[in-house]
Design a protein around this ligand. Structure first.
Ligand code: SAM
Length: 255
C-alpha cells in the first residue's frame, strides 16, 4: 500500500487533501484509481487508512476509513552518531529510521577525520534528511525522523543532558549483563539518547566527559563493531526493551 505524509492542516475531519508533488506521483507515476486504499501519516505519529475519492490536476482527496495503530517506538530515541567517513552516514540514517529512531544527530568528536565545509553542511544535511524521509516511507513510520545539523561533542552532551536515559557504546566496557541492566531503565514516554563513536572511537577525555555528564557506558559484546553496525546493534537491543514494555502497557490499557 502506498504511504504519504501530509501536514496536519491537510486533514479536514474525515477527509484528507493531498497536494504538491504527491499529486503528480499519484496521477502519473502510480496511476492510482478512485477507491484505492492509501496510508496517510501526519508525520507526528498518527496513521490514517484512507481511500482515494477524488483525483484532480492539483489535488487528490481521500476519505478516512480508520486510524491505524502507530508504528512508532513508545519513547523518543535520539542517535548521536560520530561523523563517519565517506557516505556511511547515509546507511546509518537509513537503518536508524527503520529501527525507530526519532532523531539522528551527526556529531564531530576528536577522532572524526571527516572535515565538513560549512557551506556544504546544509546541502549534506538536506540529503541526509531525504534519506530519512525515504526510509520512513519504506518502513511505514508514522513520523519522519529529523536529521539535525552537525553538533560538536560538547553540544551533543549538553543537549542529551535532559534525556531520561543516556548511553554511549564503549568497546572497553565489559559485561552484557550490565548493558541489559542499563537498557532495562528505558521505558515508554521517555527521551533516550544513544552515543556511537566514529571509526576511531571516543577518546579518553570524551569518555570521562560523557560519564561526568551522566551518560552511561555500555558494551555491545566482545567483538569490535564497525561504527555503522554499532548504532543498529544498540538500537535493536533498545527496541526490544521498549516494544515489550509498550505492548505490556497497551495490554494493560485494554483490560
Ligand atoms: N576504538 C575501536 C577499536 O578499538 O578499534 C574503534 C571504534 S568502533 C569501530 C566505533 C564505535 O562503535 C565505538 O566508538 C563504539 O561506540 C562502538 N562499538 C564498537 N564495538 C563495540 C563494542 N563491542 N561495545 C561497545 N561499543 C562498540
Amino acid at each position: 500500500m502506498h504511504h504519504f505524509f501530509v501536514d496536519l492542516r491537510q486533514i479536514e475531519g474525515q477527509k484528507v487533501r493531498i497536494t504538491g508533488a504527491d499529486v503528480n506521483h499519484i496521477r502519473n507515476v502510480l496511476r492510482m484509481k478512485l477507491g484505492e486504499e492509501i496510508l496517510i501519516s501526519d508525520g507526528k505519529g498518527r496513521d490514517l487508512l484512507c481511500q482515494v475519492c477524488q483525483i484532480g490536476p492539483i489535488e487528490v482527496l481521500a476519505d478516512v476509513i480508520r486510524e491505524e495503530e502507530s508504528r512508532e517506538l513508545p519513547a523518543s530515541v535520539t542517535l548521536y552518531q560520530g561523523l563517519p567517513k565517506s557516505d556511511k552516514l547515509e546507511l546509518i540514517i537509513q537503518k536508524a529510521v527503520e529501527l525507530g529512531a526519532a532523531r539522528i544527530v551527526p556529531v564531530v568528536t576528536k577522532n572524526v577525520v571527516v572535515r565538513l565545509e560549512p557551506k556544504k553542511e546544509e546541502s549534506r544535511r538536506r540529503r541526509w534528511q531525504a534519506i530519512a524521509e525515504s526510509a520512513a516511507k519504506q518502513s511505514k513510520r508514522s513520523r519522519i525522523p529529523e536529521v539535525s545539523r552537525v553538533l560538536r561533542f560538547a553540544e551533543a552532551l549538553k543537549e542529551a543532558s535532559d534525556s531520561d536515559v543516556a548511553l554511549f557504546a564503549y568497546e572497553h566496557q565489559k559485561g552484557m549483563a550490565e548493558t541489559k541492566k542499563e537498557l532495562a531503565k528505558a521505558a515508554p514516554g521517555q527521551r533516550i539518547a544513544l552515543f556511537i563513536g566514529p571509526e576511531g572511537g571516543f577518546d579518553d577525555a570524551e569518555v570521562r566527559r560523557a560519564e561526568e555528564a551522566g551518560v552511561r557506558p555500555v558494551s555491545l559484546g566482545k567483538r569490535i563493531l564497525r561504527t555503522e553496525t554499532a548504532g543498529s546493534a544498540l538500537l535493536s537491543m533498545l527496541m526490544l526493551e521498549l516494544e515489550i514494555k509498550g505492548e505490556e502497557r497497551q495490554g494493560a490499557l485494554k483490560l
